[in-house]
Design a protein around this ligand. Sequence first.
Ligand SMILES: [Cu+2]
Length: 109
Amino acid sequence: MDTTAWIVTLIGLAAMAWVVWYFWLSEPKGSLPANQPESSAMKTQETFQIEGMSCQHCVHAVTNALKKLPGIEVQSVEIGRATVAYDPAQISRDQLKAAIEAEGYTVTS
Ligand SMILES: [Cu+2]
């Protein structure tokens, strides 16, 4: 009875030690391929085709309008187009479109 209890305890300790060792060892491996850990919540990527943009002023206006919104990562803005990643739990495509149109441009798709 005592011997069995010792064996069980030792196996339990060995198992716990192995789990700790395993996670310590695997942690750096697991973080290597994750290039964008912060943007994992930004699941939805959307490109808006925008009419009415003609110069860098327009690019800045659209960029700033989008950056003010919550749950959004502005990926690229150029004349006629804006690409963003956003968290649909925080903001909708319609709200993004409305923010661009509030600056005086037209979202065509
Ligand atoms: Cu302009």
